[in-house]
Write a protein of this length. Structure first.
Lengths: 154, 154
């Protein structure tokens, strides 16, 4: 039996959990300094003058941490990783709550849609619904990735 | 006259350009190692065994570089930055082509929708259409950010 998960093997409603990951102040500031140096992502003092109130992570840092946890989960559990041909994109990405230094994130993903490709029988499209929660079980981030997954070789 | 751009000041069809940014091999590997350590984002050798063919940037790195260029543009041209109350999220994020080490990215954004808030008169919702191009003027990445922007104080 192979470890490879093909399009046919993936079930609607299938769920996976990943994480946790602890968000450090150093990482929040380092990511923001490189990619999103808006003052409220760089210091509590600047954030106090905005609606954020205190330091919060760049939304793109949260998204990157979500990917980090998902990849770690695939690499630790190769039997769950689909034979991916890459991601087409993301629908409905939402930042629901600020992510703060000291927060511990964890996530879930659920397969919500499968679509065979008529023009490319070697692959199908899988849509999942991904949610990140903080340590209070509050959702902080959701997104719906769309991936191309190889069909079982005939 | 104030530099602050309120909801009322933003016009549908308004466009801005940002970048360029040169994507280095070192940055591609460093980002992937931290957030997306799939082998095809870490070495040409591993990528050659996949549909990518050679090393390509994590899609989340491309997204983060887009933010980096947009923030730099706002900070260099404070007269164009809206009085943002934060981003709600992103619709229709798409990775259209691989981003490779050595690519030079640049971007454009266009205001595509304005929606006043009935329940919160102090803000409105602005939707933009963002596109990144490579040095061959090929689109590599698109997304539609949704932001909350302050209305002019009465």
């Amino acid at each position: 039996m192979s470890d490879i998960v093909y399009f046919e093997d993936i079930q609607i409603g299938e769920t996976h959990s990943f994480g946790p990951h602890n968000v450090s102040r150093e990482d929040v500031v380092r990511f923001a300094a490189e990619f999103d140096p808006q003052p409220f992502h760089l210091s509590d003092k600047a954030a106090a003058q905005t609606h954020f109130g205190s330091l919060s992570a760049s939304g793109w840092h949260t998204a990157a941490l979500c990917m980090k946890m998902m990849v770690a989960n695939w690499q630790q559990n190769p039997g769950i990783q689909a034979a991916s041909l890459g991601a087409l994109g993301i629908d409905e990405l939402r930042w629901l709550r600020p992510v703060r230094p000291g927060d511990t994130l964890r996530g879930t993903s659920e397969t919500v849609e499968k679509k065979a490709s008529r023009s490319r029988p070697e692959m199908g499209i899988i849509k999942t619904r991904v949610t990140l929660f903080n340590q209070n079980d509050e959702p902080v981030f959701t997104m719906n990735p769309i991936a191309m997954v190889r069909t079982r070789p005939v």
